[in-house]
Write a new protein. Sequence first.
Length: 135
Amino acid sequence: TQVMVRYRMNDVLELAPIPCPCGLPHRAVQQVHGRCDDIFTLPSFGKPVRITPDVIRNTVLKSDRRISDFRVIQSDRNTVRLELRPEEADCLPAAVASLRALFTDCGAAPEIKPVATELAPPSDRKLRRVRVDLV
């Protein structure tokens, strides 16, 4: 357990509903949902909708149990790129359908570009499967 006092971070956190088990009255962090920088902001029929990385990650993983690695990248305002490894390319239709359903439920309809490609892990930083990379 680590106390965070006047500390600003760009993670989306879910606080536990009960005090920290260490005995301090502060609430503990229950889960880290992703980085604020990687929240997808997509156009909608009213104001833009925001979708957190964990929701996108879970949607892809639940679409097909065979998916072991992937990337979902918002490459521009209304385009999302879904990357799976070539050996999992047959999972692309299910993953695209699941993402499309998620986005539709949220009121957005971005173009989804499915791609089978090698997914090299980054050597210089933490792996981010879901990220915003606006040009």
